[in-house]
Structures are given as C-alpha cells and as structure tokens.
Design a protein around this ligand. Structure first.
Ligand code: PLP
Length: 358
C-alpha cells in the first residue's frame, strides 16, 4: 500500500508512539492515573500534560496559552462559539466545515471570496458589525497558503477577533498573527482524538461544555495523558525537523510535478504547501480511477467531500465547474513518503487514466 493522503491524516511518528505507551502501561501498570487526581500517579500524569503543553506552545508565539481539546473541530467550535455572541462572523469560502458550518449555525455568517488561484485576499469588505474573522493558514484541499498577517491587521482595524485554522500549517510553516489558532495532532504525526486551541493572553472564552472545570474552566473533561504526550512529542519532532521535512517535501513536489506534467493543477503553484498536489484531468471518472488504484491511498477532492458525492466547495470557490471538481484528485505526501513510492503511484494512476482514454 502506498499512502498519499497526508491532508486527511499522517502516520504516527514512532517517537510519539513511544511517548504514549508510558501513559497507557507505565512501570508496573501505573501509567493510567487521572491527571486531575491529587495523588502521586495523578500528579505524574499532570506533569506529563504540562510538559506536552510547553512543547505544543513552543511553535506558537509568546503571550498565549494552549487549551487541549478532543480535536481541531472542537477547538474551532470553542473559538467561534466561545468568543462571544452577536455580530457577524466573516469566514473564507474555502474554510473547513468545522469553521464554515459553525459560523453558519450561529446565523450571522459572512463569506469572504477567494481568487482563482485559491487565495482569500483582504481587498474585500467585512460587515460593519463583524466580531470575528476566520481565515485558515493552509487550505486542506488545495494547499494554498493564505495571507493571514494581512487578515490579522484587517481584523484589528475592524475591532474584530482573528482566528486561524492552523491545522494544515502547524509544524510545517510558521504560524503567527492571530488571537486564536486551532490545531490537530494527527495532521503532523501525532495521535487522533486530540487537538488544541491557542488563545492570546487577555482573550476571554465562554466554556462550551460544563463539568469538572478542567483546562482553567474553559474545557471540562478528563484529559488523556497518552494522547497529549504523543501530541507534545509530535510537536517537538516537527519543530526539530521543520527544515528537513520541508526540503523532503520540496523534492517530492518537484518529482510529482514531472510525473503528473500533463494534469492541470488546482490552486496556485507558488503560494501553496508543496505537500499537496490537487490535480485534474477533464473527463476523468475519479470513482473508477480509485477502484482501479486500490493500492494507493489518495483522495477525490477532499476526504470530507469525497463521501458525499457533492463537488468540493473549495474547488467550486476557485471557479471550477462541477464536472472539473469531480475530475480532480488530491495527492498528499510528507515526511515518510519516498520518491520510489511516488513514482510507483504515478505509474499506476497514469496508466489507469490512459485506460479511460484520456
Ligand atoms: N481544519 C482543517 C483545515 C482540517 O484539515 C481538518 C481535518 O481534516 C480539521 C479542521 C478538523 O480537524 P479534526 O480532525 O482534528 O477535527
């Protein structure tokens, strides 16, 4: 099997896995303590969580705090719902459903348009009553990098808070300039089921679930030391390997562009994370392609949209027709992908495409 779906999730780093085992087993089975218990086992688990918090925080700017959640979806909900009521919420048209649907559920969503190459630019108005602007750092479907610094400035000019969905950027490129940022461990070689919201000091959030008052009363619920320890080590490794990982991705990208030279690229060439190759061939039957390339794990448009049969809202937002969107595939690669795997996958995909007469 060849795994080329790094935007959906990433392989667990062995270092993160090792860090997790201590909190599942522990010496003589003592790793299972509740981190909120005052006894020794509890305090040890709590210390592991604080170490991980520091490791996760190290990739964020100074002057903020990390709140652990069960996913980035939960972190984004906490940011959007917990930061106030009243006023409009402006979000880019290419946000993940965790942002788009949450803003829409609040009833005052305002959608920011994006250019044909997949950039949400600040040369557009926001409503006078805007209270929150959300623009992601890197898009999950087409990989385009958004001008978040400009949006932060614009949010301040409009007295609005600025939220970045940094899920696809954290651990890969520097993320700065926001009031809140949401991330997810499984997108950078950590475990699934754990995320975080970084919140700038001074910003008050309303809890979205009541209970034991964990995470300074903002996010009740027992934390998982194992998941969080894995999250922390994944962040630490990502920080240490950021340059090396980026160089590896660049080499894969250069090769991939050659292997798929006769496909059209969706989204900008330059202003994107190069671990994301979203390409199309007019007339391609993607379902047939996927069933003929069962050994290759890749995505039709996006993992979320692919189950629904609906064309991707991101590809539509950059001006593609339904037909073009439905003839697009997404190949995602990164740290553990080899050039040989990419070559083998390209040969299989290109052969199956030719068999469709394209
Ligand atoms: N935001 C983006 C850009 C994503 O790619 C994803 C996951 O696909 C999410 C949010 C949701 O993350 P999680 O799986 O942690 O809920």
């Amino acid at each position: 099997m060849i795994y080329l779906d790094y935007q959906a999730t990433t392989p667990l780093a062995p270092e993160a896995r090792d860090a997790m085992l201590r909190w599942l087993d522990g010496p003589e089975g003592t790793g299972f303590g509740n981190p909120h218990s005052p006894h020794r086992m509890g305090r040890q688990a709590a210390a592991a969580i604080e170490l991980a918090r520091d490791r996760v925080a190290a990739l964020f700017p100074a002057g903020g705090r990390v709140i652990f959640t069960g996913s980035a979806t939960e972190a984004l909900n906490l940011a959007i719902r917990g930061s106030g009521t009243g006023g409009s919420v402006s979000v880019s048209a290419i946000e993940h459903a965790a942002v788009l649907d949450t803003a829409e559920a609040l009833g005052r969503a305002h959608i920011l348009s994006v250019s044909k190459d997949g950039q949400c630019n600040t040369n557009q108005d926001v409503p006078d009553d805007v209270r929150l602007i959300a623009v992601m750092a890197v898009n999950n479907e087409i990989g385009t990098v958004q001008p978040t610094m400009d949006w932060h400035r614009k949010a301040k000019e409009n007295n609005a808070l600025f939220l970045i969905d940094a899920v696809q950027a954290y651990g890969k490129i520097e993320v700065t300039g926001a009031d809140m940022m949401a991330i997810s461990a499984h997108k950078f070689h950590g475990p699934k089921g754990v995320g975080a919201l970084w919140v700038r000091d001074g910003i008050k959030l309303e809890e979205q679930q009541t209970g034991g008052g964990q995470e300074a009363g903002i996010r009740s619920g027992t934390l998982s030391p194992a998941l969080i320890a894995g999250f922390g080590v994944a962040a630490q490794i990502a920080a240490e390997r950021m340059v090396e990982d980026a160089e590896h991705v660049e080499a894969l990208w250069t090769r991939a562009r050659k292997l798929f030279f006769d496909w059209d690229l969706n989204g900008s060439v330059g202003g994107r994370w190069h671990g994301n190759l979203n390409i199309r061939r007019d007339g391609l039957d993607v379902n047939r392609l996927m069933s003929e390339c069962r050994n290759i794990m890749f995505s039709a448009g996006s993992a979320c949209a692919s189950g629904s049969g609906r064309p991707s809202h991101v590809l539509k937002a950059i001006g593609l027709s339904d037909k073009q969107a439905k003839s697009s595939i997404r190949l995602g690669f990164g740290r553990y992908t080899t050039l040989e795997e990419l070559e083998e996958a390209a040969e299989t995909i290109n052969k199956a495409t030719e068999e469709q007469g394209l």
